[in-house]
Design a protein around this ligand. Structure first.
Ligand code: SF4
Ligand code: FES
Length: 236
């Protein structure tokens, strides 16, 4: 068992844990954007920074990827922490001024004037990588990836074309912290990642309930007959 302090409070953790989950468990308020319960963290957004003091040495670290250690003193709100967090938020907000979550965080952490010119061509995407990881690690189809470099880097399907592997499950939409990904169900068709997918119509209640390609995929990996899956969950 590891013992250390967060904002002066003694806390316990197990070896190998990172600071962030311990702090959240103990009720501390640390903002995150690229941390996902099922996927862990990727260290991309940098707003989860905290100060770690070891002996006389202090460092600003990303709490989601910094392992706990005996005797460290963690501060979630030291002046340097707030300064770094504010600077990171200012950059993210300049990149995605339409992202409501960034607007809320910017306000909460006192970003009043954004010193950088605002982008209006990035949508709400902060390149956090959660959608790509959710698609690969939770769903298991790897339909998404990054393309381009620098300012033109973006999340997309291979060659920016409608994907053959995407099953339109919408896991990326649910996981995205900023609401960047467009998905729409209309008249039995789901549109996502520039492709239209037919929705299965329940033979019992006639409700459109899930993309046919998603049901085919589930049937393939679980061996549940497709006819069973075509019936919606309410009617099963
Ligand atoms: S689309 Fe959403 S989840 Fe994917 S990288 Fe951009 S912000 Fe993150
Ligand atoms: S939550 Fe730690 S870097 Fe994003």
């Amino acid at each position: 068992m590891i013992e250390f302090t967060i904002d002066g409070k003694k806390v316990k953790a197990t070896e190998g844990e990172f600071i962030l989950p311990v702090a959240l468990r103990e009720g501390f308020d640390i903002p995150t954007l690229c941390h996902h319960e099922a996927l862990g963290s990727d260290g991309r957004c940098r707003i989860c920074v905290v100060e770690v003091k070891r002996g006389s040495r202090k460092r600003i670290v990303t709490s989601c990827l910094y392992p706990v250690a005996d005797g460290i003193e963690v501060s979630t709100n030291a002046p340097d922490v707030m300064l770094v967090r504010k600077s990171v938020l200012e950059l993210l907000y300049a990149r995605c001024p339409e992202a409501e979550v960034l607007g809320h965080l910017a306000k909460k952490y006192g970003v009043e004037n954004v010193r950088y010119s605002k982008d209006h061509d990035k949508g709400k995407c902060i390149l956090c990588n959660i959608c790509i990881r959710a698609c690969a690690e939770i769903v298991g189809v790897s339909a998404l990836g990054f393309s381009g470099k620098g300012m033109s880097k973006k999340v997309t399907t291979p060659f920016d074309e409608p994907s053959d592997t995407c099953i339109a499950c919408g896991a990326c939409v649910v996981a995205c912290p900023t609401g960047h990904i467009f998905m729409k169900d209309d008249k039995g068709v789901r549109t996502i990642w520039k492709k239209k997918f037919p929705l299965a119509q329940c033979p019992e209640c006639s409700r459109f309930h899930a993309p046919v390609e998603q049901l085919q995929y589930i049937s393939k990996v679980t061996n549940v007959p497709l006819e069973t899956l075509m019936v919606c969950q309410d009617c099963r």
